[in-house]
Design a protein. Structure first.
Length: 135
């Protein structure tokens, strides 16, 4: 069974809602998830135009659906990369994210502000890597 160990060395700056290093061991499957936008199954953005919270929640719901498709859950996510069109949304991101991940052992994380995402109107995108025990 795969085991995840979360490391935040005292010799590194304190982390703010992420883990510096996530170590995985044991027989496992590594699954890479494409970037998820805050779009519903009908191809529309969640919430009203400009509603970051709704888009972020939909991103996590889309990621949850992808995890479920491979018999995994958020407890298996070891790394996320987040793309923001406005880094001022970071506190809202944590508010949404914390409903999905174990805040005592959050995944390793990178947050980047970019000028634009692949779809006009997109405010946020998240991609992930999960390590899941072998079936």
């Amino acid at each position: 069974m795969a085991v995840h160990r979360f490391h935040n060395p005292a010799t590194m700056p304190a982390s703010r809602g992420y883990t510096h290093a996530v170590e995985t061991m044991g027989p496992s499957r590594t699954i890479y998830f494409s970037g998820q936008l805050g779009m519903t199954a009908d191809g529309k953005f969640a919430g009203a135009a400009g509603d970051f919270r709704a888009q972020a929640a939909q991103c996590f719901e889309n990621l949850k659906a992808a995890l479920t498709a491979v018999d995994a859950g958020f407890e298996h996510v070891t790394k996320v990369t987040c793309f923001f069109v406005d880094m001022a949304h970071l506190p809202l991101y944590f508010e949404v994210r914390d409903r999905y991940v174990d805040t005592k052992a959050p995944p390793a994380s990178t947050a980047v502000q970019i000028v634009r995402l692949a779809r006009e109107g997109a405010l946020f995108e998240i991609e992930a890597i999960a390590v899941v025990p072998q079936r």
